[in-house]
Design a binder for this molecule. Structure first.
Ligand code: HEM
Length: 131
């Protein structure tokens, strides 16, 4: 909306700025072993995803932040909880957890580079799986 200066960089009015949240999420100055898939790093951490902790921005931040973040989080938690409640999960017999590749394919979004193959078995009474 107006000329401004952000951490020493002059930015002209009207400039379109893309924030590289992917790169921030892998910055070794901000994260220990940033290339490691390690969800445990968040246990006991005060960092949240609501746009105030700039090192973790899955929903963006500020006035254009995702307005659906609350629904998004609830849908993911509900879906995951249902899958874990309804099924026992394991890897195929020929796959070890430590060999599982967590590599990502580059693009607008970052899907897995290699699809996850998992074996699921119902763990609840049979009639609960009928629609
Ligand atoms: C886990 C699920 C979701 C993720 C990771 C996500 C992520 C994002 C991100 C990164 C942005 C861009 C924010 C920015 O420009 O700084 C965005 C924008 C937006 N999201 Fe989501 N989102 C999710 C779910 C949803 C849901 C469930 C809705 C609606 C029901 C929604 C509606 C929108 C809308 C309308 C915008 C544009 C906001 C604007 O430009 O002013 N999102 N989202």
């Amino acid at each position: 909306m107006e000329d401004c200066n952000v951490v020493g960089y002059d930015i002209r009015k009207g400039t379109r700025v893309f924030v590289n949240a992917w790169s921030i999420g892998r910055d070794p100055l901000l994260w220990e072993q940033p290339q490691e898939f390690c969800p445990n790093r968040f246990i006991g951490s005060n960092i949240n995803v609501k746009g105030t902790d700039f090192e973790l921005l899955p929903f963006g931040a500020g006035r254009r932040m995702c307005p659906g973040y609350n629904l998004g989080l609830k849908m993911i938690q509900l879906s995951l909880a249902n899958l874990l409640h309804g099924f026992n999960w394991k890897l195929p017999d020929n796959t070890k957890a430590e060999d599982l590749s967590m590599e990502e394919a580059f693009g607008m979004i970052t899907p897995r580079k290699f699809p996850l193959v998992a074996v699921m078995e119902p763990r609840l009474p049979h009639h609960l799986y009928k629609f």
